[in-house]
Structures are given as structure tokens and as C-alpha cells.
Design a protein around this ligand. Sequence first.
Ligand code: GDP
Length: 198
Amino acid sequence: RNYQTASFLISAPTLAKCPLDQGVEVAFAGRSNAGKSSAINALTQQRALARTSKTPGRTQLINFFTLQNDDQLRLVDLPGYGYAKVPEAMKKEWQAHLADYLHRRRSLAGLILLMDVRHPLSDFDIQLLEMADDRELPVHILLTKADKLKQGPAKASLQQVKQRLAEWEDLVSVQLFSSLKRQGLDQAYSVMDRWLAR
Ligand code: GDP
């Protein structure tokens, strides 16, 4: 796939407002600040496709991008979760929309889950993995900002995450990733290519 062709399609506040559930899409999720926008921009080689959102509190949207100008082939930027300053009621609402999307979206072929390599597997990361497992949705984890650790500790974190997710090894894969150093792009592309070939 040619990920450089990614272009903005539409933003949706709820599942009901999403594009028709046809074709195939790959979604990106993660805690706020995990490096999701940077990863989407690195993977699509665009500087500002996914905007790093520094204005939490406003309604969070599900952003859809097409690939190769084909609306049946999509990348999806899901709202970041866990931003501390957002009121509890609003967090609950986002989580409900996220759960709704993950459970019911048939065109969703796989989920890229982003976690800071230094703070992987938050409670909500685990909840997301459980939601994905409920419907046997494959998940590929990018341990982001790998450049922030030396090679040894980065590899140790990768091994630790792999071990903790051993029970899900059929559905879940994991790798180190750095948008800054452009590390791990090819490994991520091969997973996305496989999912989008469905
Ligand atoms: P998002 O909230 O998940 O979309 O996260 P962002 O992509 O906005 O990144 C959050 C912060 O982490 C920003 O200050 C980025 O510059 C930084 N960041 C993201 N990716 C990397 C990376 O690969 N390496 C380093 N060192 N910093 C990164």
C-alpha cells in the first residue's frame, strides 16, 4: 500500500456518523501523549495529517483518512484516552464511543495500539485489548519513543510486554517504534499491508 497517499476524509463524533461500514480500515488508538499523531504522520510521511491535539476538553472525534483516493481503504485516528484534565463524564462518553466503534465496526481489520515504551500497558490499554479480544480483532502494539531508551532497556521493555501479553499471542503482536528516528516503519507497514489486503 502507498501510505503517502493518505488524505483526510471526514471526522465523526459517534459511530452513527462514521462513513458507511464497507471496505477495510486500520485504526490507531492510544493514551493521550503516547505518540499516536506523530506515528500516523511518520507512517504516512506527512507532516501534519494527524494533528497533535493540545486542546483537550473539546469534543473528540474519530478521524478518517483514505488511502490511494479510495474510500474503501481507510486509516482511522481514534480519540486519545486518559487525558487527566478532562472531566470524568466526558471521559466516560469517549470510552463509550470507542467501545462502540471497536465492537461494532465490521470494516475494521486491525487495531494499531500505541504505548510509550517507558509506560506500557495502562489499565485502559488492557481494557482495549480485552475489547479487541472479545471480537478476535488483531492488535499490533507500537512501543513508541523507543529513541528515549538505550537499546538494552528498550529490548527489555519489548520482552516484558510480550511476556505479559503471552495469553493473547495469537491476536497481539508488538514492536519498538520511533517516529523521531523513523525506526520500525517497515515492520508496521507489513502488518498494515496484511490487514488491508483482506
Ligand atoms: P498523541 O497525543 O498520542 O497524538 O502524541 P503526539 O504524537 O502528539 O506526541 C506526544 C509528544 O511525544 C510530543 O511532544 C512528541 O513530540 C513526542 N514524541 C512523539 N513521538 C516521538 C518519538 O518517536 N520520539 C520522541 N523522542 N518523542 C516523540
